[in-house]
Design a protein around this ligand. Structure first.
Ligand code: TMP
Length: 207
């Protein structure tokens, strides 16, 4: 049996600059000989990508939103994440349940007990091995979203105070699980952020 793969997730408010850093970590792991799958949430499977379309563009009740996030996640875990990890492949994923905590509980005000019930249902006892939270002031992140020129989705259209709450919830999550969840200062040049993240990954698994 191969050694189980590792599960690394990237988190942060919209505009935090995760994408290029995800590519860098995937390349780093591959250079170290790891088989790597890159994925994202909501999404990661055919059904998950269809749910993503709805989640990003269709108005819906807050609890519908939370349940659809976890529905997409259930499918993603069953169809991709767990089989890959069992087969010894690493999975690098853009967002996971910490995003539901940050956006739906922190940002939108979902009852925390309902989040915990969904999390315990969908992945009891399972968490990423490492979560990198990209932290930066919402105003800086918002300027990056605008500069990207892409049409904003339902989340990106939220106001700064929403992203302040999302940010605070991420930081709270990091305080609760400091070894798993590492906060990265994302308000720095990409090369600096990249060097820190690569150092973290190398120190944890390849030292
Ligand atoms: P992305 O643009 O980083 O791929 O994420 C899509 C959006 O979905 C982003 O604004 C955050 C939001 N989201 C939630 O609100 N809850 C979740 O559980 C996840 C995974 C994403």
């Amino acid at each position: 049996m191969p050694e189980r793969g590792r599960f690394i997730t990237f988190e942060g408010i919209d505009g935090a600059g995760k994408s290029s850093q995800i590519a860098a970590v995937v390349a780093l792991l591959q250079a170290r000989g790891c088989a790597v799958e890159q994925s994202r949430e909501p999404g990661g499977t055919q059904l998950g990508e269809r749910l993503r379309e709805l989640l990003l563009h269709e108005p819906m009740h807050l609890e519908t939103e939370a349940m659809l996030m976890f529905a997409a996640r259930r499918e993603h875990l069953a169809a991709r994440i767990l089989p890959a990890l069992d087969a010894g492949r690493w999975v690098v994923c853009d967002r996971f349940s910490d995003a539901t905590y940050a956006y739906q509980v922190g940002g939108r005000g979902l009852d925390r007990a309902k989040f915990e019930a969904l999390e315990a249902w969908v992945h009891p006892g399972f968490q990423p091995d490492l979560t990198l939270v990209f932290d930066l002031p919402p105003a800086v992140a918002a300027a990056r979203v605008v500069a990207s020129g892409a049409a904003p989705d339902r989340f990106e259209r939220e106001q700064l105070d929403f992203f302040e709450r999302v940010r605070a919830a991420y930081l709270e999550r990091a305080e609760q699980a400091p070894r798993r969840v590492r906060v990265i200062d994302a308000d720095r040049p990409p090369e600096t952020v990249r060097a820190e993240i690569e150092g973290l990954v190398l120190e944890r698994w390849f030292a």
